[in-house]
Design a protein around this ligand. Structure first.
Ligand code: MN
Length: 247
């Protein structure tokens, strides 16, 4: 956001005017841009990324999943919630042996450990969200690649039946959590997990996921989780990503 700085007479812009300027820009850009623009403005100019873990770059524009998931939802979900888990994780592991470990290792090392619940929750939520954004794509849905379709037929009878199971898992998860397509050995399974938990902690290999925390859909669908899940399955799921995870 160098525009404000470039346009401002040097030394005349106080903090209040600075923030007002940032807010007007953000309003012009839509609410989704608000958190990141103000956040970027508030940060020290040359501040390095704090901590070893970073917020992944979204593989598409904020508005790319619209209207199934709006840019407004992405702005909060990715820009606030997902970023918050990354920031919390960095604070929690600072100065510990976990700070040097890959994210998946931190998840595995803290799962089920009552002394490491906060680290596990934030590490797993970073992992889950990285995986969720990759599980979606603009113009997704439709038919899976043949190799995955065959596994779906074997395990569930048909591709449609597998999608139904995924929707049931998304709706059946009481409270916050996740619905997953995963491999259990060589067999395809649909599972749901609560809060931050994910199937890797039970030895399963995740193929794709749907976030069913309310923050994933409430701005667009309010309480209608079924409509969100159906629209995601029909229009956004990245079956190519799921098939790629079979290897
Ligand atoms: Mn989420």
């Amino acid at each position: 956001m160098t525009r404000i700085d470039d346009n401002a007479p040097a030394g005349t812009m106080d903090r209040r005017r600075f923030l007002l300027g940032a807010a007007s820009l953000a309003v012009a850009a839509g609410l989704g841009g608000l958190s990141r623009q103000v956040g970027a403005q508030a940060a020290p100019p040359a501040a390095p990324t704090a901590g070893p873990f970073t917020l992944m770059k979204l593989p598409y524009a904020d508005s790319a999943l619209d209207p199934v998931i709006s840019a407004n939802t992405i702005g909060f979900h990715y820009g606030k919630h997902h970023k918050g888990y990354v920031d919390n994780l960095n604070k929690l592991v600072a100065g510990t042996e976990l700070a040097d470990k890959p994210l998946a290792t931190v998840v595995a090392a803290t799962a089920g450990n009552p002394d490491k619940v906060a680290i596990f929750n934030n590490a797993a939520q970073v992992w889950n969200h990285d995986f969720y954004w990759a599980s979606l794509k603009p113009g997704g849905g439709g038919e899976p690649p043949a190799v995955l379709g065959k596994l779906m037929e074997t395990a569930f009878g048909s591709v449609a039946a597998c999608k139904d199971e995924l929707k049931k898992a998304a709706l059946g998860q009481f409270g916050s959590g996740w619905a997953w397509l995963a491999l259990d050995g060589g067999k395809l399974v649909v599972v749901k997990t609560a809060n931050a938990d994910n199937p890797t902690t039970k030895g399963l290999k995740p193929l794709l996921t749907i976030d069913v925390w309310e923050h994933a859909y409430y701005l667009d669908y309010q309480n209608r989780r079924a409509d969100y899940a159906q629209a995601v399955i029909d229009k956004l799921l990245n079956w190519g990503f799921a098939a790629g995870n079979l290897a």
